[in-house]
Design a protein around this ligand. Sequence first.
Ligand code: NDP
Length: 341
Amino acid sequence: KRVLLTGANGFLGSHILSLLLKSSYSVRAIVRSQSKADQVRRDFPEAGASLDFGIVPDITFPHAFDSVIQSQPPFDAVIHTASPYLYAVASDNLRDFLEPAVKGTEEILRSIHSHAPSVKRVVMTSSMAAVLDFGAGDNGKIYTEKDWNPTTWEEAVEGNLGTGYRGSKKFAEKAAWDFISKEKPNFDLVVLCPPMIYGPLAHSIASIKDLNESNKRIYDLFINTSPSADLPPNGLYLYVDVRDIAHAHILSLTSPVAGNNRFLILAGQISSQQISDILRSKIPELEARTPVGKPGESGLPEGAFSAESEEARRVLGVEYRGAEETFGELGRELVGIEGRG
Ligand code: NDP
């Protein structure tokens, strides 16, 4: 079986690539430059001929994917993860978040539809950002696959970077569903909506400043700080381990009944207090660095919203590892990366 994977050099994309190769898929990894392809090749030296590359410098460009989607042997499926999430390199919501997310999605679907009739399944990484009503706060709501972020396009363009990113995920996913209903292509679509994704890296980075957005927050708020600091507010206390959401992408490639469905993929809730307790107990050197708070307390606000992930368990068979494993391994890795200078 042969798969095209976008965003293959990213935090999540690298874990998906690793699992695809372990599961004997042949993979074309799509990245933005030859130097990024070279890095992925170095990260997966055992891949050999099972891995080749397509360079797409600008995913918003019309027909951006037309040539890379054509392959011999042809592709059976596509996994689309590429979408901007780094706040540090963003300043304009339209240019830096919305257009790459939405146009990138439309372009890849259009190229598959026109040039790759062998593709029967597309798996897309959306986000709980496309699901949650961020203005509603802690109203005790349990979100499901039926919920949509109510942000309008204008709010997403004009709001702060957070609103822009969350809008980009909503409108990219909407664009994908619109494409399916209007074009009725030869493939079906599985959309996965994870909340915050944390966990160890499957790609190599030179230093802490190259961390992906979600893990960077753990570093900044829990490691590069002091034990007397206030515990950071935990903006979104739903999370999933990167290895489990990566596995959900693999499961989504083959489940016949998953087609044309959206799945919330989450391990559950976690508070800043719980993250701090795990980091401090698992990694001795963090006792002198991680904010203490009130150890042992739940730390979740009253009426904290949550979400239902039963559909993913039932249809895809997704399972989740425990928080101690996720944050313990991540914390240890972050301290190690920091040690490289
Ligand atoms: P990374 O920043 O590590 O990876 C993002 C990937 O997308 C990289 O390969 C990156 O390529 C590519 N990309 C970003 N912007 C563009 C662009 N303008 N044009 C082309 N390619 C681009 O982030 P994650 O691995 O965390 O994110 C992967 C997916 O998961 C995204 O769709 C994200 O929205 C989603 N997600 C992530 C969550 C998290 O907590 N991490 C939570 C929920 C959803 P390059 O290296 O060249 O920039």
